[in-house]
Design a protein around this ligand. Structure first.
Ligand SMILES: NC(=O)c1ccc[n+]([C@@H]2O[C@H](COP(=O)([O-])OP(=O)(O)OC[C@H]3O[C@@H](n4cnc5c(N)ncnc54)[C@H](OP(=O)(O)O)[C@@H]3O)[C@@H](O)[C@H]2O)c1
Length: 313
């Protein structure tokens, strides 16, 4: 079934031609491309021209006419020019600094009970606090959250957006947002365009994730990032029993991750299980049982998962 990004939509060449025709600035071109690609054109009431009224969907309208109409909509209801960050934790502090560095008018990060005054409010609070924090925002601004697993319904009745950087942000150190993925969402074309604009400011690669896919998307992110840290913590403990420090394991971890990113899991795998050296694996297992017995279930589960990966390869 043809989706909103199907082949009937204009290519970048056509969009560039429309931009030249309409004398649009580059940021408007991006916005126009976003709206058309995401199929939001169909959600905007048709323009009144006779040729347009005969069509069922704006997607098949002449591009120039559609472009003019969308741009008029954006002129009436422009993107926010300022953004308040609510939540002075890990992500809120990092995003406030990063957005400010791009020239965006940023308020915050604000703590509890401080009312925001900006055109948009981005909630950087724990997932369970989003609904309460959204309810505390007076009607008017766009309201967004940064949760990977949460849909936009918790932000109702605000015009809502989602911005989930696919990046791990600890309390210390500026996170490398540039190049990271970022799940964006919007309850209106304008809200989604604003989320994309924020992602783009930091050089993140925006993508959309359907509400029904968000829990799986976020679980994948947790396995890739949080569980990896748990795993490295276990390796660090066992290595310490042999007098080997974390710094010596770190290059190995980086190389393994780079190989996985470049080659995929099956081709990146090395080690005794990939080689079929089960006698070595049995000796490893005995050492784990003796030195860190609480890690044995984790070791066994991962050894089984690794054997399954070898069988698939
Ligand atoms: N950190 C990451 O790596 C990361 C990455 C991507 C997305 N996210 C998302 O970003 C959001 C925040 O995560 P985080 O890691 O930054 O959490 P965090 O470090 O625990 O910070 C949360 C902050 O929100 C504040 N807060 C809680 N309830 C509030 C309310 N009702 N009004 C105002 N402030 C409130 C907390 O203040 P108190 O200390 O007073 O409770 C705390 O400063 C979550 O939705 C998370 O899924 C995080």
């Amino acid at each position: 079934m043809a989706g909103p990004e199907d082949h009937r939509l204009p290519g970048r060449g056509q969009l560039r031609a429309a931009r030249a025709d309409l004398r649009l600035p580059p940021d408007r071109l991006e916005l126009l491309a976003t709206l058309l690609r995401r199929g939001h054109a169909a959600t905007i009431p048709p323009a009144p021209a006779a040729s347009v009224r005969r069509c069922r969907s704006l997607r098949v309208y002449p591009l120039e006419e559609t472009s003019r109409y969308l741009m008029r909509e954006l002129d009436r209801n422009p993107l926010p020019r300022s953004c308040a960050i609510v939540g002075a934790g890990r992500l809120g502090t990092a995003l406030a600094a990063a957005f400010r560095a791009t020239g965006l008018d940023v308020e915050g990060p604000l703590g509890r009970g401080t009312p925001p005054h900006a055109d948009a409010v981005l909630l950087c609070v724990p997932d369970g606090e989003i609904a309460a924090a959204a309810a505390a925002v007076p009607p008017g601004p766009l309201v967004g959250h940064c949760s990977g697993a949460t849909g936009l319904d918790v932000l109702a009745p605000h015009e809502a957006f989602g911005l989930h950087p696919l990046m791990t942000v600890p309390a210390e150190g500026a996170p490398p947002f540039a190049g990271a993925g970022c799940a964006v969402a919007g309850s209106t074309p304008r809200a989604e365009a604003f989320a994309r604009d924020l992602a783009q400011r930091l050089g993140m690669r925006a993508t959309t994730v359907a509400d029904e896919d968000r829990a799986a998307y976020h679980a994948a992110a947790s396995i890739a990032s949080n569980f990896l840290v748990t795993l490295e913590g276990a390796a660090e403990r066992l290595a310490a029993t042999a007098g080997v420090e974390r710094g010596l394991l770190a290059p190995l971890v980086r190389a393994a991750v780079e190989n996985w990113a470049r080659l995929g899991a099956q081709h990146a795998l090395t080690g005794p299980i990939a080689r079929g050296d089960e006698t070595t694996v049995a000796r490893q297992r005995a050492a784990v049982a003796e030195r860190t017995p609480d890690l044995l279930p984790l070791f066994d589960a991962l050894a089984d998962a690794t054997r399954a990966l070898v069988l698939v390869a």
